[in-house]
Each structure stands twice: as structure tokens, then as C-alpha cells.
Design a protein around this ligand. Structure first.
Ligand code: CP
Length: 309
């Protein structure tokens, strides 16, 4: 059971997801040892190609690849010939000629990782393509969720915020549903799509959503950079209606719900500072688990022998 590329969560089976999450556990154990490295990808080359900013995903992939003993090259997009007008296709042809084994790509264009995957023998991993997909974020979220709830069937997750523009919401919702978790979305009516899976509950009112008794509340970042129109009156208004304010935080803590966030966090918008100190906030755990989940993905994928494999 293996694949060449990881482009989205939709195309993975529940068995494949569970295999990846199972595989991430021994990689995480490695982090407690003095030598955190295994030779699994010795002699293999990994290239990161990020056309959009990233803190967590980029560094997490680099650490993951190095812990598997791969050689890692960070393609420096702002200082590459991309700024001189080189097309993505020509960049890929150049990288193909270098016989890279794994390409990890982030780009604002939905579907670009698939185009690259079809044009190269390298294994391509989608590290975020516009509002479409962010599969490794979903895997690390699933891994973190399973650490808290080893039996995922019937658990409830409430995803809050800008669902419409969020690749994280799409991928994490899909993965959770595949694990048997009940998913609900909460946000302004303009940012909670009415189309899409019918089994996902939609809320626009915070109190109604909390009455649904979620086990975990997953806060999304408000993505001002992806909004071409005004979807809510102001950030202040958003925080008033959907942010975890002190008052809401107290209710969440009373209900014993966990809090997750993919980062980067807008403090004072999605959540108040105290949430970061909450003993059921899993935000740092998500970052740590990101390395283990990405090691599992790199270890699992198998580059093709020839173009188009
Ligand atoms: N969660 C996430 O994708 O964060 P970065 O944008 O920092 O990679």
C-alpha cells in the first residue's frame, strides 16, 4: 500500500490515513532520544518549493526530511529566476533534470501540485494550494486528535471561522469525517459554505454551536489575504461574534473541550491570550506532531522510476 504523491485527503482511504497516523507514532518517539535521526531516506533528495509564506509547514518538512537522513534543498523563490519571469513548468523541468526524489510545494493556485506531479517522477507533496487542500496539516491534526481520543468514532469537532477560504478546514474536515468524527462548522453566514458535505452541521451562532457539545474546538485563522470582498463588518465584530473571548473561554473550559489551531494565531482576534496557557490547548502539540506526521508521509510515498509513474 503506497502512493507516489500526496495531493489531498479526498483520495486517501481510511485505511491509508490510519496507516499514516500509526506510522507517525514511532517517529514521534524518536524525538525523546538523544539521536533523533534514522537512515530511512539516506541518499534521497527533498526539495521545498514555497511560493507563499510559511513558518510551520516549511520548517516542519525540513526537520522531518533531515530526521529521515534525506538531503534537503530549500528553493529560495524570492531569489530564483521565478522573479525574472520563469514559469512554474520551466522551474519544474529544471528541478526534474536535477533528479530530485521529493518535491514539497506550496502555491496560491489550486491544483498546481497535481500538475507538477504529472510532470515529474518525483513524489510531490501538497503543502497548501490556495483554498483547496493542505493534507499534511489534516494528518497532523488527526494524529493530535487521536492522541487525546484514541477512539475517534462519534467524537465531535467544531471548526470555527473562515471556512470558505480555508484549505485547512476542507482537508481537516475530510480527514475527521473519514475517521468517524462528527464535524460542524461555525462562522459568519458569508464564510460558511452551504454547499459541500451534507453530514457537516452548519452554525452561525456561537451559543447554539456550544450547545452541540463539541469535544474539540478548532479555530481557524482569519485570512484577510484571501478575501477579495468584505465578508464581515470588521475584525472587532468578528471577535465579538466568533472569537474565544475570556467569557467564551470560561465556558469552553467548563465544558472540558480541547482547543486546536493550525497557526499562525492572530491573538486577540480568534482567541484571547489565556487560551495559549490552557492545559487543553493542543496548539504546541500540533506543531510537534507535524514533524512526525510529515516523516510518516515522506517514508510512505515512493517516487516513480520514470516520468508519470
Ligand atoms: N499551519 C500552517 O500551514 O502554517 P504555516 O503557514 O506557518 O506553514
Amino acid at each position: 500500500m503506497t502512493r507516489k504523491d500526496l495531493l489531498d485527503i479526498e483520495s486517501l482511504t481510511r485505511e491509508e490515513i490510519e496507516h499514516l497516523l500509526d506510522q507517525a507514532a514511532p517517529f514521534k518517539e524518536l524525538f525523546t532520544r538523544s539521536v533523533k535521526k534514522v537512515p530511512a531516506l539516506k541518499g534521497k533528495s527533498v526539495l521545498t518549493l514555497f511560493y507563499e509564506p510559511s513558518t510551520r509547514t516549511l520548517s516542519s518538512f525540513e526537520v522531518a526530511a533531515k530526521r529521515l537522513s534525506a538531503d534537503v534543498t530549500t528553493f529560495d523563490v524570492p531569489h530564483s529566476s521565478v522573479v525574472k519571469g520563469e514559469t512554474v513548468h520551466d522551474t519544474i523541468a529544471t528541478l526534474q533534470a536535477m533528479r530530485t526524489d521529493y518535491i514539497i510545494v506550496r502555491n496560491r493556485m489550486p491544483g498546481l501540485p497535481k500538475v507538477i506531479a504529472q510532470a515529474t517522477r518525483a513524489s510531490v507533496i501538497n503543502a497548501g494550494d490556495g483554498a483547496h487542500a493542505h493534507p499534511t496539516q489534516a494528518l497532523l491534526d488527526g494524529f493530535t486528535f487521536r492522541e487525546v481520543f484514541p477512539e475517534t468514532e462519534g467524537k465531535k469537532i467544531l471548526i470555527v471561522g473562515d471556512i470558505l477560504h480555508s484549505r485547512v478546514a476542507r482537508s481537516t474536515s475530510n480527514l475527521m469525517r473519514k475517521l468517524g468524527v462528527e464535524v460542524a462548522w461555525l462562522g459568519p453566514g458569508s464564510l460558511v459554505p452551504k454547499h459541500g458535505p451534507r453530514d457537516i452541521k452548519r452554525f452561525t451562532d456561537y451559543d447554539e454551536a456550544m450547545a452541540w457539545a463539541p469535544d474539540t474546538i478548532y479555530l481557524l485563522r482569519v485570512q484577510m489575504e484571501r478575501q477579495d470582498t468584505q465578508y464581515f463588518p470588521s475584525l472587532r465584530e468578528y471577535t465579538k461574534l466568533y472569537g474565544v473571548t475570556q467569557e467564551r473561554f470560561k465556558r469552553i473550559a467548563d465544558q472540558g473541550a480541547y482547543i486546536m489551531h493550525p497557526g499562525p494565531v492572530n491573538r486577540g482576534v480568534e482567541l484571547c491570550d489565556d487560551v495559549m496557557e490552557y492545559d487543553r490547548a493542543l496548539i504546541d502539540q500540533q506543531v510537534e506532531n507535524g514533524i512526525a506526521a510529515r516523516m510518516a508521509v515522506l517514508y510512505w510515498l515512493k517516487p516513480g522510476d520514470v516520468l508519470g509513474d
